[in-house]
Design a protein around this ligand. Structure first.
Ligand SMILES: Cc1cc2nc3c(=O)[nH]c(=O)nc-3n(C[C@H](O)[C@H](O)[C@H](O)COP(=O)(O)O)c2cc1C
Length: 219
């Protein structure tokens, strides 16, 4: 009888010990299943530290802002837009230029009067949103009597491009860009201006790409 009692006590002790160890396994401090998952990155994707890509540098933002009365300059502006994947902004005069306004053999046509008036600032319709966002601004216009049309002065006086690099470009019958660009620099004195370029209205996208390739644009 004693032997039976001793066996029963041993069995009870063994069961109690095994049960305790199972309970202990369940409650032992340690990583919970959720602790063991990979941390989520900020955008909600999962990656181990070894797989993390270095943050890509932001692409410079480029704007092509242009005025064009007869579409030659617009043609160039669109090529630049394509080559640089830029934003395009047309500078639209509140009062559009008619053929008579552009009849430059008439001294009294609107374009000639404006070009001869140092204070002329034709109004622009529409607004350029967030000009401060752009790292580079291509500024396009036709040459009118050796100068940029006065609506370009209105544009430059309306916005601040102090941290941007400005690249003037123009189309013309034959005149170069130099004298017109010299008159624009003081209107955005804090910007970095690159030398401008004159194009024929029929310049190809390859011509434009070759020019852009040589420019020292912000990176
Ligand atoms: C009022 C006026 C003045 C112009 N003056 C000049 C000039 O001084 N030199 C020149 O080479 N072309 C001159 N042109 C020609 C334009 O610069 C040329 O046709 C230009 O490509 C037009 O561009 P757009 O089609 O974008 O308006 C003048 C045109 C106009 C309407």
């Amino acid at each position: 009888m004693k032997r039976i009692l001793a066996s029963l006590t041993a069995l009870t002790l063994f069961c109690a010990l095994t049960a305790c160890s199972w309970v202990a396994d369940q409650s032992a401090p340690g990583p919970s299943p959720s602790d063991q998952e990979e941390p989520l990155s900020e955008n909600g994707t999962s990656s181990t530290p070894d797989e993390q890509e270095p943050a890509a540098a932001a692409e410079p933002r480029v704007l092509v802002a242009y005025f064009s009365a007869t579409a030659n300059t617009e043609h160039i502006a669109r090529h630049i837009q394509t080559v640089l994947n830029a934003d395009l902004y047309e500078i639209v005069p509140e009062e559009p230029y008619t053929d008579d306004d552009l009849h430059y053999s008439d001294d009294n046509c609107r374009a000639n009067r404006e070009q001869n008036d140092p204070d002329a600032r034709p109004a622009i319709t529409g607004t350029l949103e967030h000009p401060e966002n752009y790292d580079a601004v291509f500024l396009g216009y036709p040459i009118w009597w050796g100068q940029a049309p006065k609506v370009m002065y209105t544009f430059l006086e309306s916005y601040t491009f102090e941290d941007a690099t400005i690249v003037p470009f123009c189309t013309s019958g034959s005149s170069g860009i130099r004298s017109s660009a010299d008159l624009l620099y003081p209107l955005a004195p804090d910007a970095s201006w690159l030398p401008g370029q004159r194009f024929d209205g029929s310049a190809s996208q390859e011509d434009i790409a070759a020019w852009v390739e040589e420019l020292e644009l912000p990176e």
